[in-house]
Design a protein around this ligand. Structure first.
Ligand SMILES: Nc1nc2c(ncn2[C@@H]2O[C@H](COP(=O)(O)OP(=O)(O)OP(=O)(O)O)[C@@H](O)[C@H]2O)c(=O)[nH]1
Length: 327
């Protein structure tokens, strides 16, 4: 049986970071294929994970829960029949619903060839409240259907706050394991062990196969993140925007750092939830940037086939973004 591990989590929560840790420290002896699903046509995570030298299948230009159920099914079929790995790790888009990924796996025509093993959600403690308030429909869905919840950035807040967030998560999902220790204090062995605990039993309880889509009514003032009047269950592309470009432009590194910081301005660019890119900043010099509100990381990167930027948010002002990067 091929193991399927799903590592979900909202935009910028730390999914790729967690997967990298598992791969580098624990799973490097297994034959693994990663299915990456990014919301937007510009895939960045595939390049980041590529350094591990693994087979990566990217499904871009939408998310599994919207229009890509077919593509996701085809990707699984191709991986299962052609590559025959020991394990498939799926990183759904940050705005994907974990319940949709589970459903797509459980109803797949080749489901007898694989079993869902890890069902994890990564939750950024610094953004917990803001995401619950603004994008609760997507955020809570990931928490609710996960068997294991990894809190990220717990090293950046005091333990009382971590406790209170863990208690709020318990109210949404009372049976999950909640990992509160900063990951660098844990071995990948511990991470995989806690994630694999009772996974199958939990899945049976959580996800009875449904033949019909149950529509969730949303009320006035609810926290799903959309602005529409009709009552319906939302797809990610109704709530979130994506702006992505490929560019050969060579940026000035100092200037680039400053303009990435300007993404904080909701007034100028809309609500930017996540930004990432791989860009050339000199003759043989490339950087990779990671933007999450209140936190920007810029690291050296190896050269890529061209420069790429991907911005995800709500109510994005795309023309302003174009101008910002002087494209
Ligand atoms: N300090 C700190 N930084 C973290 C932690 N987890 C992730 N990061 C940083 O947060 C940024 C986003 O992390 P990713 O692993 O790319 O997040 P992701 O969930 O894969 O993001 P998307 O799939 O693009 O939405 C990166 O710069 C990480 O280095 C953490 O626990 N502590």
């Amino acid at each position: 049986m091929i193991k399927i591990d799903v590592i979900s989590g909202f935009l910028g929560a730390g999914k790729t970071t967690l997967i990298k840790k598992m791969l580098q420290e624990k799973l490097h002896n297994e034959k693994i294929v990663i299915i990456e699903n990014e919301f937007g046509e510009i895939g960045i995570d595939g390049s980041i994970l590529k350094i591990s030298g693994l087979e990566i299948k990217e499904i871009n230009s939408g998310c599994i829960c919207c229009s890509l159920v077919g593509d996701f099914g085809n990707a699984i079929e191709e991986v299962v029949t052609r590559l025959k790995p020991d394990r498939i790790i799926i990183e759904p888009s940050g705005v994907g619903k974990l319940s949709d990924v589970i459903k797509a796996c459980r109803t797949h025509k080749l489901k007898y060839l694989f079993e869902i093993n890890i069902l994890a959600a990564v939750v950024d403690v610094l953004k917990f409240q803001i995401y619950i308030n603004n994008f609760g429909e997507f955020f809570e869905n990931q928490i609710k259907h996960a068997r294991t919840i990894f809190l990220s950035r717990t090293q950046n807040i005091d333990e009382k706050k971590v406790e209170s967030i863990a208690a709020s998560i318990r109210k949404i999902n009372s049976s999950s394991n909640i990992v509160t220790t900063p990951w660098d204090k844990l071995t990948a062995e511990q991470i995989v062990a806690v994630s694999e605990q009772d996974a199958r039993i939990a899945l049976e309880n959580q996800m009875p196969i449904r033949n019909a889509v149950v529509l969730k009514r949303h009320k006035d003032g609810c926290n799903c993140g959309c602005h529409c009047k009709e009552k319906h269950e939302h797809k990610a592309d109704e709530v979130f925007d994506v702006w992505g470009v490929e560019t050969p432009k060579v940026f000035d590194e100092g200037k680039l750092k400053k303009l990435i910081l300007r993404l904080e301005s909701k007034k100028d660019f809309g609500m930017v939830l996540r930004g990432k890119g791989i860009l050339q900043v000199g003759c043989d010099k490339w950087i990779q940037f990671d933007y999450v509100h209140g936190e920007t990381q810029i690291n050296a990167s190896s050269a890529d086939y061209t420069g790429r930027i991907c911005i995800i948010g709500s109510g994005l002002k795309k023309d302003a973004l174009h101008k910002l990067f002087e494209l």
